[in-house]
Design a protein around this ligand. Structure first.
Ligand code: IDP
Ligand code: MG
Length: 138
């Protein structure tokens, strides 16, 4: 069944001018880009997005990083999009990411790891709504 997921090209990748190459990979892998926007989050907005991680030791550093510069947020659509996009991204820590994945190729560290992807249908619904009002999802 066709499904949607939220992807983010994180500030580390935007800063290094990797957005074009990542978007090319997204299209090459057969996703349809249903929405796309450049954002520069405040630390508070990054904290709202990553609220599930607020008790983690890396939360403050993560929200600082995610608000450190512009990011590109996208809604991707495909069969089984959530799993498909997480597979293309690779493991959170690039040291553990499979060859050919975006994080293996582009991530700098476990924190500055180039991309984000929703991990379940419920989180995808929350995350898509965080950036795109329903009216923009055509
Ligand atoms: P995910 O992005 O692969 O779903 P999560 O565990 O949901 O990974 O963590 C969210 C983000 O927090 C990661 O993508 C990464 O940027 C950062 N992060 C996760 N674990 C660590 C860590 O141990 N140290 C520093 N940053 C981390
Ligand atoms: Mg996650």
């Amino acid at each position: 069944m066709s499904q949607r997921t939220l992807a983010i090209i994180k500030p580390d990748a935007v800063e290094r001018k990797l957005a074009g190459r990542i978007i090319q990979r997204i299209e090459d892998e057969g996703f349809t880009i249903r929405a796309m926007r450049r954002v520069h989050l405040t630390e508070q907005q990054a904290g709202g997005f990553y609220a599930v991680h607020r008790e983690r030791p890396f939360f403050a550093s993560l929200t600082q990083f995610m608000s450190s510069g512009p990011a590109i947020v996208l809604v991707l659509e495909a069969e089984d999009a959530i799993k498909k996009w997480r597979t293309l991204m690779g493991a959170t820590n690039p040291a553990n990411a499979d060859a050919g994945t975006l994080r293996k190729e582009f991530a700098e560290s476990i924190e500055r790891n180039a991309t984000h992807g929703s991990d379940a249908p419920e989180t995808a619904a929350f995350e898509i709504g965080y950036f795109f009002p329903g009216v923009d999802l055509i």
